[in-house]
Design a protein around this ligand. Structure first.
Ligand code: CUA
Length: 314
């Protein structure tokens, strides 16, 4: 298995990658070959059959049956060949093996969340075992996103109100880039994550520990971990700087001015409401872009995040 990649493409790290690259290479080099053949022919004809004298006529040949049959039949055969090849690959890419592990993927502005069968969930990091087919059942809660892992050569649109599917089988342990490839608003370029491929034993250990919530940590410590793992840090700073959303520094129990001119106290209930229903009381000076974390965070995790926000004061 290639692990170095080429000028055009990253390394092949899934079972389908080499097939896809082979077809891609075939189309690329066939196109390049025809480009050279046709380019040379055009230049040759331009020079060979140019008008040499004023008033001179060309040979007057208007039709050549064998030639016309050749340039109709040869490309048709070539196109059918590529079609059949591509169709076989398409079917292989779209029908997940029956023994696939299933993960629910949710795309929303602007992060990915993953729900595993055993109840664990992650944000912006899909954790999977190596050498095992994984089927993703995907949907969006807002606009169209697209799930793309270049190293696996798989990509699929993620739509609101409809499920789409994608499957892959990673062939090497490691971290791979996960990108959104459907322009989905101003945070589109930030909608990036990782696919972490683990050995089977490490994966099972991870799955067990990921189910537990912040064991052995104080609520604020667990909240600090969630702040990163649930991607809150994409839009909120903890040093007082204004990013997409308000900073968490010195936020707790301070008065905030809302867009409707009303003041609000940033107490526990306000913080909780803003996590679950961010648009309900919008702080003046910010756009209504925060997604709802309803269903993404469990109660205990919301408590931990609030404990963390409370701890951020100087
Ligand atoms: Cu989501 Cu682009």
């Amino acid at each position: 298995m290639d692990t170095t990649g080429t000028f055009f493409l990253p390394p092949q790290n899934s079972t389908v990658a080499s097939d896809i690259d082979f077809l891609w290479d075939f189309i690329y080099w066939a196109s390049a070959a025809f480009f050279v053949i046709l380019g040379v022919a055009i230049f040759y004809f331009i020079i060979r059959y140019r008008r040499r004298r004023q008033g001179e006529l060309t040979t007057g040949v208007a039709h050549n049956l064998p030639l016309e049959i050749a340039w109709t039949v040869i490309p048709t055969i070539l196109i059918f060949f590529v079609f059949v090849w591509g169709f076989k690959g398409y079917m292989k890419l779209h029908i997940a093996p029956g023994d696939s592990m299933e993960v629910k993927v949710t795309g929303q502005k602007w992060f990915w969340s993953f729900q595993y069968p055993e109840g664990a969930s992650t944000v912006n990091e899909l954790v999977v075992p190596v050498d095992k087919p994984v089927k993703l059942l995907m949907s969006s809660v807002d606009v169209i996103h697209s799930f793309y892992v270049p190293n696996f050569r798989v990509k699929m649109d993620v739509l609101p109100n409809r499920y789409t599917e994608l499957w892959f089988e990673a062939t090497a342990v490691g971290d791979y880039d996960l990108l959104c490839t459907e322009y989905c608003g101003k945070g589109h370029s930030e909608m990036i994550g990782k696919v972490r491929v683990l050995g089977e034993r490490e994966f099972n250990e991870w799955l067990e520990s990921a189910g537990g919530m912040g064991e052995g940590m104080t609520p604020a410590e667990y909240g600090a971990q969630l702040f990163k793992s649930k991607a809150c840090n994409t839009c909120h700073s903890i040093d007082g700087s204004k990013v997409v959303g308000p900073s968490f520094l010195n936020l707790y129990n301070t008065q905030q001015m809302l867009t409707n001119g009303q003041p609000v106290m940033a107490d526990e209930n306000y913080l909780r409401e803003s996590i679950l229903n961010p648009q309900a009381k919008l702080v003046a000076g910010y756009d209504p872009v925060m997604p709802s974390y309803q269903g993404v965070l469990k109660d205990q995790q919301i408590d931990a995040l609030i404990a963390y926000i409370k701890s951020l004061k100087e």
